[in-house]
Design a protein around this ligand. Structure first.
Ligand code: COA
Length: 175
């Protein structure tokens, strides 16, 4: 079973900077809400399919009351403006036995440095250990970076277009 207190990994990004990947903690709440409040329009639109800077109470409950069994969140802490900051995160939510929906977000200053791929690697490893056999995701069709992360993940990826969104299914090899 995933132990959020024990998961700590250091990774090096394409620009040589390092990030620590760990489980989300309750005390990360303010930093994550601040990151959403300061994200670019483009990032918000691709993450939430809307320009949404503030979460409702129901959404906060979803984002922060994480059980690490049916809902796992990993975050990345990097150096931003000389301070350790939350610079990205990945979550999966089990929707039925063996299947989970996955979602990502990387802060604007850290995008395209390889962090999305690093987060994908670790969230997939945690999911595999938890018995997940398939990830699914809804992605806006112009989200080249997210689709590239999925395609290069090593999972067996199939896509289905549905209007402006692409439904992505990723099966774990051997599952
Ligand atoms: C989507 C997102 C999570 C990807 O994270 P990232 O750290 O920017 O992605 P990476 O730097 O790891 O790039 C991954 C791959 O995409 C490719 N890529 C990134 N941006 C690209 C672009 N604009 N055009 C083509 N390829 C691109 C990279 O070359 C890399 O390819 P590789 O695996 O062959 O090396 C991040 O950009 C983000 O948070 N965007 C806004 C929110 C969002 O879209 N969330 C997803 C909701 S489903």
């Amino acid at each position: 079973m995933f132990d959020p207190d024990k998961f700590h990994v250091t990774e090096t990004l394409h620009d040589g900077s390092t990030v620590e990947i760990r489980a989300q903690k309750p005390e990360d709440r303010k930093a994550i809400l601040d990151a959403i409040a300061h994200a670019s329009v483009d990032t918000l639109y691709h993450r939430f399919f809307a320009v949404k800077r503030h979460l409702s109470e129901k959404e906060k409950h979803f984002f922060f009351d994480v059980d690490f069994v049916n809902h796992v969140v990993l975050i990345a802490v990097g150096n931003l403006d000389g301070e350790p900051r939350i610079v990205g995160g990945a979550r999966f939510v089990v929707t039925e036995p063996g299947k989970a929906e996955v979602a990502f977000s990387v802060v604007d200053d850290f995008q395209h440095h390889g962090l999305g791929a690093v987060l994908m690697h670790h969230i997939a490893a945690v999911a595999r250990d938890a018995g997940i056999k398939e990830f699914v995701a809804e992605v806006l069709s112009d989200n080249v970076a997210m689709l590239a992360v999925f395609e290069h993940s090593g999972l067996i990826t199939t896509t289905r277009r549905d209007g402006a969104t692409i439904h992505v299914s990723m099966r774990f090899p051997g599952a």
